[in-house]
Design a binder for this molecule. Structure first.
Ligand SMILES: [Fe+2]
Length: 202
């Protein structure tokens, strides 16, 4: 989970994990939660419980999740256009040209020069749990390091469109790279990102 503090004082919870009482108190100490973002179809595990903790928050998700999760009351579908709540502080890109497994919207937080992704790339390390590493070896590929999952490659059905999405992301001036799985790349994230997609860009 990434917590984004808006300049106006509200918080956005991106890809919420399980929030226990201590974490809830820490979050509320920072400010009120105004939005919860499920950035991809597969990052919905804790949405129900997070919404119960922060019932005033608006809920955003990609179109497949909104379509298939009828029990969740989404405020709006995520697209390439940021809602007015955060459009001065964050830009976003709906990654296209790849199958529905990766129905993901990635975010660029301008003030911290951070790119925030869920599954577009992974950063599995030697310190991750053995089960994570065992699964990662099959699904993602060798580790440590940032990678585009090898199981996703056959899902790229429109290479020019997928490449165009990646190129638009590279137009952003990010340095920090926050991934949904694995360690944050605190600096040099743009070079890491470009290297991960070198196979696509050349
Ligand atoms: Fe994920």
């Amino acid at each position: 989970m990434t917590v984004i503090a808006l300049e106006g004082g509200g918080l956005i919870l991106h890809s919420p994990t399980s929030v226990d009482a201590n974490l809830r108190d820490e979050i509320l100490h920072l400010g009120p939660v105004v939005a919860i973002i499920a950035p991809s179809w597969w990052h919905d595990l804790y949405l129900h419980e997070t919404l119960q903790l922060f019932p005033e928050a608006a809920l955003y998700g990609p179109s497949t999740l909104v379509k298939w999760s009828r029990s969740l009351a989404f405020t709006a579908v995520l697209s390439d256009s940021s809602p007015s709540m955060w459009n001065r502080e964050m830009a976003q890109e709906h990654v296209t040209g790849i199958g529905l497994f990766l129905d993901e919207v990635v975010f660029y937080h301008r003030a911290s020069r951070s790119l925030i992704v869920a599954d577009l790339l992974f950063n599995i390390s030697l310190s991750d749990a053995w089960l994570t590493r065992a699964l990662a070896r099959i699904v993602i590929g060798p580790y440590p390091g940032c990678r585009f999952a090898r199981l996703y490659r056959p899902l790229v059905f429109d290479r020019p469109r997928f490449r165009a999405s990646i190129e638009r992301i590279l137009e952003w001036d990010f340095d920090q790279l926050i991934v949904g799985h694995g360690a944050v790349v605190q600096t040099g994230g743009k070079e890491v990102f470009r290297e991960v997609f070198r196979w696509l860009l050349k």
